[in-house]
Design a protein around this ligand. Structure first.
Ligand code: SAH
Ligand code: SF4
Length: 412
């Protein structure tokens, strides 16, 4: 992709005046650019083949497109595109963290987690990272939808950093394309696939606070880049209007809900949006989602030592979630995924003891619910869940008040 001159002191690139990524070009605009360049209409399809099938986002590499057409595109996209600013390797090559510079000077992180085939893996623990596959391993990319996050969860590094800006849908898709294109060179073992098998919206930001980009990207990943809908997971902190929308989206992606506490008293402290949509309302929206989609939902629970790892919370969680059933089969609709807390600099919170994790898991499982414990990934390179917090770009804005204003549509 064309890279404009950066600021000599800050290194920041000017924001793109038009699309922020080649993946933001709308079909109509693309057709217009082709026409203006005096090129036949199939040039648009050629460009999309580069972007979607080959995962190539650099105009210079698209050698079968005429130079004049590429120059027009480069002019239209001046300042656009992600710049890979840093690549860190962890877990002996099985985890990779990428820092992408965005137009305008902010940045986001994406994390690639590679898994060997079943049998070679110690234990299958990451439920939403995709089902275990027989002969092939998995390659799961965790992507960001916002630079920072405005939700202010008190234990999360991204939340503590504050919110800078929403990503466009093309910027979300470009993270996937850029890492996909690198995957062949990064594989630590030949059994790891050379393509991404799963994409999880669990990086920086709250996907349902940026719904247009989130759904636009999910559709493009499916229809353009060829990922099956079931290979895509969107994680939300519990924005009820977003869950309601997900219930009626035609794209059957997986939904994960970050719950982290089973009582409003405790959840209010950890997840400030709980004061707008308390647990009862959240579960009402999930119930409606399950009824409409007949799909299971993953509940994420970051287990923090001596804070939310008590058996009273585990028991209450089981009591709340066990009645959620898939209408057709009658099977459990909730799957609980426990994430032992990843320490965050500046926050005086600690991981739970191994015994506490085991006791919590068993107490939830006693309600008949499926429970898994997430394997820690990328801790050494600060790439684990909730550790993403770039120190590049502007200082984020924090929520002004402890309560985000409650949108009118949620009151019904
Ligand atoms: N905003 C969305 C998606 C990104 S966060 C959401 O909150 O669901 C991805 C997951 O990591 C969430 O479940 C989040 O609560 C959890 N998380 C955040 N900080 C963490 C930490 N320090 N240790 C473990 N999990 C954490
Ligand atoms: Fe935002 Fe999710 Fe972190 Fe909460 S846990 S601050 S919603 S990224």
């Amino acid at each position: 992709m064309v890279q404009p001159a950066s600021h000599p002191v800050t290194g920041a690139r000017p924001a793109a005046a038009g699309p922020r990524s080649l993946y933001d070009l709308e079909a109509a605009e693309l057709a217009r650019l082709v026409e203006e360049a005096g090129e036949p209409s199939y040039r648009a399809r050629q460009l999309l083949r580069w972007l979607d099938r080959r995962k190539v986002a650099e105009l210079e590499a698209m050698t079968d497109l005429p130079a004049g057409f590429r120059a027009r595109l480069a002019e239209r996209l001046a300042g656009a595109g992600l710049v890979l600013e840093r690549h860190q390797v962890g877990d002996a090559g099985w985890t990779h963290k990428f820092l992408f510079g965005l137009p305008g000077g902010d940045s986001v992180e994406s994390v690639l987690m590679l898994y060997p085939p079943v049998g070679q893996a110690p234990e299958h623990e990451d439920w939403e990272a995709g089902p275990p596959s027989g002969r092939q391993g998995r390659a799961t990319l965790c992507i960001s939808t916002q630079a920072g996050c405005a939700m202010g969860c008190t234990f999360c590094a991204t939340g503590q950093f504050g919110f800078t800006r929403n990503l466009s849908s093309g910027e979300v898709v470009e993270q996937v394309a850029r890492v996909w294109a690198l995957l062949g060179q990064l594989r630590p073992a030949p059994s790891v696939p050379d393509h991404l098998t799963n994409v999880v919206f669990m990086g920086m930001g709250e996907p349902f606070a940026n719904p247009a980009a989130t759904w636009g990207a999910a559709w493009r990943l499916h229809q353009g880049l060829g990922l099956s809908a079931r290979a895509i997971t969107i994680s939300t902190v519990g924005l009820v209007p977003g869950i309601r929308r997900a219930a009626h989206e035609a794209l059957p992606v997986n939904l994960a809900v970050s719950i982290h506490a089973a009582t409003d008293e405790l959840r209010d402290q950890l997840v400030p949006v709980n004061r707008s949509w308390p647990i009862g309302e959240l579960l009402g929206a999930v119930r409606a989602y399950v009824a409409a989609t007949r799909r299971r939902v993953s509940f994420e629970y970051a287990l923090i030592g001596d804070l939310n790892d008590g058996l009273d919370q585990a028991d209450e969680l089981g009591r709340l979630l066990a009645p959620l059933r898939v209408p057709s089969s009658g099977g459990h609709a909730a799957h609980v995924n426990l994430i032992p807390y990843n320490p965050t600099p500046g926050l005086d919170l600690r991981p739970p003891s191994r015994g506490a994790v085991r006791r919590f898991r068993d107490a939830v499982a006693a309600h008949g619910l499926p429970v898994s414990v997430r394997a820690n990934r990328g801790v050494g390179i600060d790439a684990a869940c909730g550790q993403l917090r770039t120190s590049v770009g502007r200082e984020g804005r924090r929520p002004q008040a402890p309560l985000p204003p409650r949108p009118a549509e949620a009151s019904g």
